[in-house]
Ligand binder design. Structure first.
Ligand code: PAF
Length: 279
């Protein structure tokens, strides 16, 4: 039977009891609206740790004023059923007051990492993410925490915050789960209309081409510009960025032999899709 706790004291009591039994504890932070990508995170936690806790919390601090906090898909009963079926041991679904009591002031900000790429188009997003993830890690105190590579910049933000705030946890990135046509799975894919869903896989296709061309020695800036055009031709209304970046810092690559990543964000109607691939 899946345990469900809604307060930090209850969460800590459960995790401490597991620890006393010598169990290695895995944490899978989510905002609910679970899909196959989240199940991949849970499977990895279940395969590599002895106890898995999944968190469900739609974090208002990572939504901009014009973003979809109110509309974000929420179905806790379905999420809990999926967590239980996956075999996880505990769900932590805190209340808003538990996470952000009246007057909560503390923020965790990373600069410049949190201000570039996604941060440029979604100001404050990574401060919201870093704040809630730091809180979740300190609340649960897991040995390992799992995050999807689909949100690659988020993964780098979390790795850096853990390193720089000396939080004793291992952060594991899990490869992006994709539909058979290549579209990265995401909770917001639910917003896509049928014609938009047909166009959506072009995002992955185009950045895979960029990665192949850059790996073959073509000029990255020319490839980025070509990709923006290709996405518009495919039917994307707006392209926020297609960027070839250093895979660690996510800044412009300084050396041609550094490991690189292609990252992109583009709009189909009112839905913003992001994706990334290794060069
Ligand atoms: O990736 C997400 O679902 C969220 O950004 C996270 C990491 C759970 C923080 O709210």
């Amino acid at each position: 039977m899946l345990g469900i706790v809604r307060d930090i004291a209850g969460l800590r009591a459960r995790v401490q009891a597991w620890r006393q039994d010598g169990a290695v504890v895995g944490l899978v932070p989510t905002m609910g609206a679970l899909h196959e990508g989240h199940l991949a995170l849970m499977r990895q936690s279940l395969a590599t740790t002895e106890r898995t806790c999944v968190t469900l919390f739609v974090n208002p601090r990572q939504f901009g004023p014009a973003e979809d906090f109110a509309l974000y898909p929420r179905d806790e009963a379905r999420d809990l059923e999926m967590i239980e079926t996956a075999g996880a041991h505990l769900a932590f679904a805190p209340t808003m007051a538990e996470m952000y009591p009246e007057g909560h002031q503390t923020e965790v900000a990373l600069r410049p990492l949190g201000d570039i790429l996604e941060g440029e188009f979604r100001p404050g997003f990574f401060t919201g993410v870093a704040t809630v993830v730091a809180k979740l890690l300190l609340q649960a105190q897991p040995d390992v925490a799992f995050f999807g590579e689909k949100d690659f910049q988020q993964l780098r933000v979390i790795q850096r915050l853990v390193r720089e705030l000396d939080i004793p946890v291992e952060i594991v990135g899990v490869p992006t789960a994709r539909a058979p046509d290549g579209l990265a799975l995401a909770s917001r894919n639910a917003y896509l209309s049928e014609p938009e869903r047909a166009i959506a896989p072009a995002l992955h296709r185009v950045i895979v081409e960029v990665a192949a061309n850059v790996a073959a020695g073509k000029d990255a800036k020319t490839e980025e510009a070509r990709a923006v055009q290709a996405l518009k031709t495919a039917g994307f209304a707006r392209v926020d960025y297609v960027a070839v970046r250093d895979a660690e810092t996510l800044e412009e690559p300084q050396k041609s032999h550094s490991l690189r990543r292609v990252l992109a964000a583009a709009w189909l109607g009112r839905t913003r899709l992001i994706d990334n691939v290794v060069v």
